[in-house]
Design a binder for this molecule. Sequence first.
Ligand SMILES: Cc1cc2nc3c(=O)[nH]c(=O)nc-3n(C[C@H](O)[C@H](O)[C@H](O)COP(=O)(O)OP(=O)(O)OC[C@H]3O[C@@H](n4cnc5c(N)ncnc54)[C@H](O)[C@@H]3O)c2cc1C
Length: 343
Amino acid sequence: MQYDYIIVGQGLSGTHTAWQLIQKGCHVLVIDKGLPYAASMAAAGIINPVSGRRFALAWKFDEVFQTAKDVYAQMEEFLPHPVFKETDIYSVWPSEQMKEAFLSQLNSGNPYLKPHEGTLYQDIGQPLGAGWIKGAHVNIFALLSVFRNLLIKKKALVQDTLGEADLKVDGKNVQFGDFSAKAIVFCDGAHQCEKFVLPGVVPAKGEAIIVEIPGWEGNNIVKKTNSLVPLGKGRYWYGATLQREFEHDKPTTAAKDELEDQLKSLISLPFKTVDVIAGVRATTVDRRPVVGKDPRFGNVYHCNGLGTKGSSLAPFAALNLVKFMEGEVPSIDPEMDLNRYFN
Ligand SMILES: Cc1cc2nc3c(=O)[nH]c(=O)nc-3n(C[C@H](O)[C@H](O)[C@H](O)COP(=O)(O)OP(=O)(O)OC[C@H]3O[C@@H](n4cnc5c(N)ncnc54)[C@H](O)[C@@H]3O)c2cc1C
């Protein structure tokens, strides 16, 4: 079977890349091995415009957020399934320093912050006060499953591992078993295919707990050290840890204990942990994606390095990559071009 592009991976990156290529009328084949600890399967889907102890605005956030809103709206219409919602994040200040940083950003006109007076939830400890962050939430699980079903219907998904031994890339053609294409796009996240590993990508494990909190009806995302995210049906996601050194990808008791201790100091109600989940993110030192044409091979592309912000960065990175691959723009945004790690 002949395709325009073979895409490796159907996490957030592969989903958005496939979506953009299909919009252009390209014939794509997605190969996904169903990695149990893929980052996208563990993520909460929060889009938070600010990060770190200083509430600094994320990289190119205005542009990234506008693209995300446009792309998710198009996807929702087509799928058709709700996956994206703008929502305010209740930011509980964990320290005097962070309270001051928030207020300083607010006073200097950061458009994504809003003040809050008083206590929103009696059961949330907020001795230093709280404010609002204007963010969004992506239902990643729904997005990936609905899109996967769509690919299956189009006979555009192979549930298999793309092994390097079975892949032939000669600069003009890509051959994987019976499938051939003019190019291949690696959207394989932290577990990259060995021969095509990108410099600059650093794996960072993350773990979260899924809890039930009887009597709690909070329907906002609450962020203190970590985030409490309503999942519906009385369940909440709480996380996540970030470990650059780890022995395996699976959930650990140490992370469960750490997260439970933190959650106890956030909420005064008893809760029960019903699951512990883990995933490995592909991060970069400069916290920007790594996207573009691999200089080592003629027809190999990557959309990777989405770090802790795949929900917002995947639509932005994939759109730029697809426009570049299809000759609509002459280059990848230099700040996320993977060539910065080859020079
Ligand atoms: C605990 C946790 C919480 C997070 N929370 C958030 C959040 O709230 N908001 C946010 O924006 N981001 C969050 N993130 C980050 C986000 O999950 C990532 O940025 C994003 O999911 C990365 O997507 P990806 O498609 O690049 O990689 P992945 O999700 O890892 O997907 C890679 C895919 O490639 C497939 N694959 C790999 N190799 C092969 C192969 N050889 N053959 C076939 N298939 C292959 C895998 O099966 C997998 O499906 C979180 C991450 C973690 C771990």
